[in-house]
Design a protein around this ligand. Structure first.
Ligand code: PA5
Length: 374
């Protein structure tokens, strides 16, 4: 069960209307995804994961934004044990970074999961080109094809067309689910299954959340909106578990891309404590009061729990509003539930701000500029 330590006055009619709007939205497919997951596709994902584990020491996951942050967040948070390690590529245009990833794979056996809904994003396209070359050099054309897994649109895009023409194993990013809401689709499930995450339990947790988190997610969406309207323009996600750093990154992407448009929204940022108590901690305790802190209260050990308590007291006394979101269990079920909670709260919050939670026109703008330059 997700717990929250705040209780804003929710307009229940408006909340119900927002939920109906999300369910009707052509990009609202994630809303019932955990309950309606295509079991045939789920079995294919698990079979592919097993094959990759049997054949490869590394799986190179190529993707950016919503095509990578969600599964990385869960893999890093749960640190599962699999003989096959995940390497990430295609999330920058840095040659240095790409060379490091290529070097890390070295002579080891590897497979590729290239993930791009549009199939045209430059960063993953370039990384894919490089890793594909390496794969062909190592295994020859035919075996290379057998080691490429493309997760992309069902019908269109450069990656889709190439995958169909070459015969890569394909998984679909559903039409009605956008990148940052796609972690519980093949986008996230294949890499997570390869890394040793129990994806059955993850989906079970998310599936139970479809009903159980509506109330806390609605409260949280309302709280964000009310604070935003009162002039609190920044939300600081605070975690005391260093392994959740990428969960913070996923949250920033989810809220930043969903809400930050039409000159609206709350700026999401994040800290990992204790480390950041010795950097951002000063600002949190004593800096400008245009922000609030949202502690994600991961179940933790006794000593760490003491610091959560100490920070909450110190920051509250320092005049910061501290919200807490409690997770039921630090495992696949718990994260399934937490993912769904934030997706729902984020979509509702964006709707309250009057913006479309499911597009990202600002991201498209840089892509167009880059195309002109290259
Ligand atoms: O949330 C989103 O839609 C974006 O962050 C995309 O995931 C990101 O831009 C990558 O797009 P694509 O999967 O089309 O390469």
């Amino acid at each position: 069960m997700i717990t929250v330590n705040f209780s804003p006055k929710v307009n229940e009619n408006k909340a119900a209307e927002i939920l109906r709007e999300i369910a009707r939205d052509k990009m609202g497919g994630w809303l019932n995804l955990p309950k309606k997951f295509d079991m045939g596709e789920f079995v294919r994902i698990k079979e592919a994961a097993k094959k990759i584990q049997d054949e490869s020491e590394y799986l190179v996951c190529i993707g950016i934004g919503g095509s990578y942050l969600g599964h990385r967040a869960i893999i890093e948070a749960l640190h599962p044990h699999s003989e096959t390690k995940i390497i990430y590529a295609g999330n920058s245009l840095s040659r240095r970074e790409l060379d490091r990833a290529l070097e890390k794979v070295g002579d080891h056996d590897f497979s590729i999961n290239v993930i791009s809904k549009s199939g045209t994003t430059l960063e993953p396209a370039i990384a894919f080109g490089e890793f594909k070359k390496k794969l062909i050099e190592k295994y020859g054309e035919l075996e290379a094809i057998d080691r490429i897994y493309a997760t992309t649109d069902k019908r269109q895009g450069a990656l889709h067309d190439e995958a169909v023409a070459a015969g890569y194993t394909m998984f679909v990013v559903p039409d009605n689910i956008g990148g940052r809401y796609s972690v519980l689709s093949a986008v996230g499930l294949l890499p997570m299954a390869v890394a040793g995450i129990n994806v059955d339990k993850l989906l079970e947790g998310a599936s139970e959340a479809v009903e159980s988190v509506v109330e806390p997610a609605t409260k949280y969406a309302w709280m964000r909106y009310e604070l935003g309207k009162k002039g609190y323009d920044t939300e600081v996600f605070a975690s005391f578990e260093p392994a959740t750093m990428y969960f913070n990154e996923w949250l920033k992407q989810l809220f930043g891309e969903s809400e930050g448009k039409g000159k609206q929204g709350v700026l999401p940022t994040s800290v990992i404590y204790s480390t950041d108590l010795h950097s951002m901690g000063q600002f949190m305790q004593d800096g400008r009061r245009n922000l609030w802190e949202t502690i994600i209260d991961y179940p933790t050990d006794e000593t760490n729990a003491k610091i959560v308590q100490a920070v909450r007291t110190a920051h509250t006394e320092g005049g910061i509003l501290v919200l807490s979101i409690g997770m039921s269990s630090y495992d696949e079920r718990g994260f399934g539930e937490l993912i769904y909670f934030f997706e729902l709260a984020c979509a509702m919050s964006a709707k309250l701000f009057g913006v479309n939670p499911f597009d990202q026109p600002g991201v498209e703008a840089y892509k167009q500029e880059l195309k002109k330059l290259l």
